[in-house]
Design a protein around this ligand. Structure first.
Ligand code: PMP
Length: 601
């Protein structure tokens, strides 16, 4: 099989193009010249895992000798198709040994691909590895007398029709207008925000900067991680510059001061969620670590074969995999609460699924994809009535709305500092004291003991029993500062501001042809607007938005079962926080129209 666009042409074109928009457009253009892969090759076996979009790759052998290979691949994302075109131009028609010796990294560097598609470098590496693996198998084996389907990963293909390989694709680059900065669309007037966003934005150094190409940053990836105000950054600098020391060990002044700040941060967390006592607040590396702590410590001691853990179809992988691992260890069963077609938890099914076998329900308070605010009060009540313990994944809730663990009768609650303007590396597990008291330590080591002898150890009291080793000292102090910042604004005001932005986003995006929002109406969701667009892969959308300085996230958002339930593999998510503006929501909508134009729809 000839290549769609020869390598020398790709090299020459890339050498002439400086502008990232032109380079991306060219990548999309050469992607369009790829012949489509026959549907029957789009199997799981032929998938290249590790790519954000779906990629299938197969190989065929050219009539020889000498033995030469051709690769054929396809993706549902246009930019990835462009990358595939580069790979095929580099590798097709070569002998296995030539493929293995080909300096592909040098080519990527020459074309400056890593800088152009940083998010796809894992996928690119995965595709190269697959090609090299196939070449290795071919190099090590004798050429088969006839096509041998046993010799996978070599997959024999039918020759392709010549005309499919021509470069013409009906989308000549010259016709495409250069990318213009997104115009601001303000849409219908919205209720005024209760917070002074302009003043808040001045606290965030990163929001004062522009991107490398001078584009202002529109940061709408807050569900993944938020930005930090200067007050939080300064609190950590101050700790390192003036009083840093390990905590709870030495008696010197720095240790005392460090310990006091660390415990003050714990007290800030306690106040924020209204826990009864700071002993119920365990600092962990994040939500994921907090859930794993419960699954290991509580799960291993309270769950046995035949018991059930009840999840919902809208959980993040962090609230799925630890329970699946528990099931592997204990033989318990995972049950799944379905969601309705209007993106809500099916409460009737939830109640039906609860039984005396249900030992724990683990639910997200707010879906990180749909934004749905779940009726956790109601779910906690029925779960408790059925005798189950409740873990709330509050990673998308605590940063955005008031949460009172006592009023809501929560057993376990997990959240992360980096999603609420604190640093990464710190999070919280709240647990009711009676539960935590009965749980064995999760990690063993320094600080989590009262006494160690050659015979054994006696665990420390709460919360230290669960904070083995040197804890996350300065990140916890930064998180404490972020909580103070949030409380000064007021969690009700944060919620009201995000609701205003979400309403605006729904109003503007609903007008875009082919765009479908996944999730309930703004009143029933947090500041998360996830959508799909007819005929355009989310990966391409996010790249097209990124070219306009708009940061959103595309992919499965660590919620593969939910995406499968929705019948899609990926979506695009814009997520807001207290520093986002109505103008930025307008830029998102305008940016989507521009994305449609760039991507030729
Ligand atoms: N649960 C939910 C609902 C989330 O959104 C996230 C982060 N995307 C997590 C859990 C995991 O949080 P972390 O990566 O901070 O551990």
């Amino acid at each position: 099989m000839a290549v769609a666009v020869p390598l020398h042409e790709i090299r020459a074109e890339f050498a002439e193009l400086d502008d990232p928009v032109d380079r991306t457009t060219y990548l999309i253009e050469i992607g369009r010249t790829l012949p489509p892969l026959d549907e029957h090759f789009k199997t799981e076996e032929n998938r290249v895992l590790g790519c954000q979009a779906r990629v299938w790759l197969v190989a065929e052998e050219r009539a020889g000798p000498p033995r030469r290979l051709d690769f054929l691949a396809d993706s549902d994302a246009q930019i990835v198709r462009g990358l595939i075109a580069v790979l095929l131009a580099a590798f097709n028609g070569k002998m296995p040994a030539e493929i293995l010796a080909f300096p592909i990294d040098k080519l990527f560097a020459e074309l400056k691909l890593p800088a152009l598609v940083p998010m796809r470098s894992n996928g690119l590496t995965a595709m190269v590895r697959r090609i090299q693996a196939i070449a290795k198998v071919a190099a090590a084996s004798e050429p088969p007398a006839k096509a041998d389907s046993e010799s996978l990963p070599l997959v024999p293909l039918k020759p392709l029709a010549r005309e499919d390989r021509s470069r013409g694709n009906g989308h000549p680059r010259e016709e495409q207008k250069p990318l213009l900065p997104a115009t601001i669309v303000t849409g219908q007037p919205q209720a005024a925000s209760p917070i002074d966003v302009a003043a808040i934005r001045r606290d965030f150094p990163i929001l004062q900067t522009t991107l490398a190409d001078g584009c202002p940053l529109v940061y709408l990836d807050n569900a993944a991680s938020t930005q930090r105000p200067k007050q939080v950054i300064d609190s950590m600098v101050e700790a390192y510059e003036h009083y840093y020391s390990n905590v709870h060990r030495a008696g010197h002044r720095l240790a005392v001061e460090s310990s006091a700040h660390y415990e003050a941060a714990r007290e800030s967390v306690r106040q924020l969620i209204n826990a009864r006592s700071p002993t119920e607040i365990i600092f962990t590396p994040g939500t994921t670590a907090a859930i794993n702590l419960v699954a290991r410590s509580w799960g291993d001691t309270n769950v046995k074969a035949g018991d059930e853990i009840l999840l919902t179809m809208m959980e993040h992988h962090s609230n799925i995999v630890p329970w699946q691992e528990l099931a592997q260890r204990t033989g318990c069963t995972i049950r799944w609460t379905p969601i309705t077609d209007d993106y809500q938890i099916d409460l009737d099914a939830f109640e039906r699924l609860l039984s005396p076998k249900t030992k724990l329900i683990a639910i997200t308070a707010v879906s990180n994809v749909l934004g749905t605010i779940n009726p956790i009060d109601q779910m906690i009540e029925v779960a408790h009535a059925a005798g189950a313990v409740v873990l709330i994944d509050a990673a998308q809730a605590v940063p955005h709305e008031p949460i009172d663990v006592r009023a809501r009768n929560v057993d376990f609650l997990a959240f992360s500092g980096h999603k609420m303007m604190g640093p990464s590396g710190v999070g919280v597990l709240y647990g009711r004291e009676e539960l935590l008291d009965r749980m064995p330590p999760f990690l063993g080591g320094g600080s989590m003991i009262k006494r160690v002898t050659t015979e054994g150890f006696e665990p420390a009291d709460l919360p230290y029993k669960f904070e083995a080793g040197t804890p996350v000292i300065v990140p916890a102090i930064g998180m404490g500062k972020a909580i103070q910042y949030l409380q000064k604004i007021g969690m009700q005001s944060v919620r009201a501001h995000e609701l205003m932005l979400t309403r605006q986003a729904h109003a503007l995006l609903a007008d875009i042809p082919g765009l479908r929002i996944l999730g309930p109406e703004p009143e029933h969701k947090g500041g998360i607007v996830t959508f799909v667009m007819d005929g355009i892969h989310p990966d391409d959308i996010s790249k097209a938005l990124d070219l306009q300085g708009i940061a959103v996230r595309a992919g499965h958002h660590c919620a593969m079962p939910l995406h499968e339930r929705l019948g899609i593999t990926a979506s695009t998510r814009a997520s807001f926080y207290l520093y986002n503006t109505v103008e930025e929501v307008g830029k998102l909508a305008a940016g989507m129209r521009e994305a449609q134009r760039i991507l030729g729809r």
